[in-house]
Design a protein around this ligand. Sequence first.
Ligand code: HEM
Length: 455
Amino acid sequence: MGRLPTRGVWSLGAQRLALPGPLRPPGPRGSWGSGNLAAYEADRLKFLIQAKDQFGPAVRFGPRTTILFAPAAVASVLRATEDFVISENFLQRRLSVAEQAEGRSLRAVLSPGLRLPALGQVPAVVDRHLVPAVDRLGPAWFDPLPVMESVISGAVAELYFGADGASLPAMLAELLDELSRVIGNPFALPERWSSPLRRRIEARHELLRAEVERLLAARLDAPRGAIDDVATGVISRAGSRHSLSRVADMVIGSLLASQRVPAAAASWLLMTLADHPRVQDQIAAEMWSLQSVQCPASRTDPVVARRAVLEVLRLYPPTWLLVRTASRPVEVAGYSFAAGHHFMISPYVQHRDADVFVDPAMFRPERWIQPPHGPGQYLPFGGGVHVCPGRHLATGILIAIAQGLTTRYRIIRTPAQVIPNPRTTLLPDGLRTALRPAGDRSDQLPALAGVSSPR
Ligand code: HEM
């Protein structure tokens, strides 16, 4: 989820505090009063790209915030565990030092369940949710975001809790809708102010936590081996080191991370595939040829689909901004910064560096035959200690969606302009897609008011 440096950037009071030492990075002067915030809010992606072009590897955003572009500095900040921290949790609440440390330990409880062999079931589980969802759509234009969100959320809930998880996607969607009003909103009230929105967030969180605790507790009591899902592994690895409520919160955090962010990635994937019908054919052909191999264990990696997914995540990283806070005085990119200084890192900008990715704005899946990047240059899943623990699962889900759709349909989209919207997760505003059954060569196109012909 894109966390934004709202407080460090916005607080006018902060401008009088903790000025870094004599050496400080260059940067736009901004306007009196709000600094660079107005220009940033007017067009966040453009602001970052221009800042990099004009001022280079480290750019002063405000007295307590620096934007980092130099890959080596980016990689070192993401790598360092104790010095550069994520200071807010998924509810946008500030974390104490002890909570941050426990978060790192809880990661170790979650991560193993999100790798192979658990991932072997992903294509079948995704198909179980994808097929009925797209059948329901019929021949109509649709906004892929909510459709993909419900498919992915349902699939992940099933992987975590089997059939018991069916109630979770609706509860998660409600919490996420409320949280979206806070995440990335520089004008949201501080967390210590008890507003109706904060109270609604708390209430939804409590309901969800009670349900997740119940499901986890059922797995604690179940005979060994009776239930085989991600949550059972999580609760057995947690042992007695963590309270049930902390484990439940960690599970909720990861379930929330499995909603809009991968759904945004899937939407960008659909858009890009609609623009590249040949790649759709190649993914489908690869899938048919893999399925013709009788023994599943001998099937090779679906490289064509994987490269397309990696390339879509490069062009449109849903988590387009990462933020870290210095926990003590630090040196970065040759400059000194006080404790509490914020660092913004943009995967979106890193991914469009022409020195690393030739023709960076072009969709070129073949560039992944030999991955061109080094540390700090390709960050759709972040990097270092907080690298996304769901990255293998997410990639597997996106590949399964690409395969599931291209083997059954031709993905098309309207010619309307799609605008990347970075308010929270990077979303494709204006995207409308449709699915034409594979082999249907008729000119019968879905009807949608105001749209005459698809691309
Ligand atoms: C395309 C899909 C996904 C993308 C692009 C993505 C991206 C990211 C990124 C960039 C981070 C690091 C944030 C930071 O450094 O501040 C992250 C963290 C995280 N992701 Fe994902 N993610 C995806 C899917 C998933 C899924 C499916 C899960 C879980 C099943 C998941 C669970 C998490 C968790 C728990 C964290 C927090 C890790 C920590 O703070 O240590 N993500 N994700």
